[in-house]
Design a protein. Structure first.
Length: 122
């Protein structure tokens, strides 16, 4: 849970902290008025993390590969070898992957998957 914490009494400025049972962690040193800090906390408290769906081919968990030197991301299934192209945005990659349950995206990935085996046979 996130909450605003007064950091400067004289200026009445707040920062945003993640609050745990026995401690809290500074999340944003924003030094903003209470109303702004509370709005940030509201957004963070209502933010739902995106969950990466399982592989549409074998239904196993997948991993996100991060190519730090290129600032690119891809998803790879270690079980069946299905993988995506590289994306510049991690959020777009996750949205793309999670949409693979639709028939059109599934066919596209299946064609990629089958062509991978065709190339290996050559």
């Amino acid at each position: 849970m996130y909450e605003s914490v007064l950091t400067d009494e004289k200026s009445d400025l707040y920062n945003v902290y993640e609050v745990h049972e026995n401690y809290r962690i500074l999340v944003m040193a924003v030094n903003v008025p209470l109303q702004v800090a509370e709005e940030i906390c509201h957004i963070l408290n209502n933010f739902e993390p995106v969950i990466l769906k399982t592989c549409p081919i074998c239904d196993q968990s997948v991993t996100i590969n991060e190519y730090i030197s290129d600032y690119l991301y891809s998803i790879n299934c270690e079980c069946c070898g299905l993988k995506t192209r590289r994306f510049r945005s991690k959020q777009n990659l996750i949205k793309y992957w999670n949409a693979t349950k639709s028939e059109q995206a599934m066919r596209y990935l299946q064609m990629d998957y089958e062509s991978m085996f065709d190339r290996e046979k050559e």
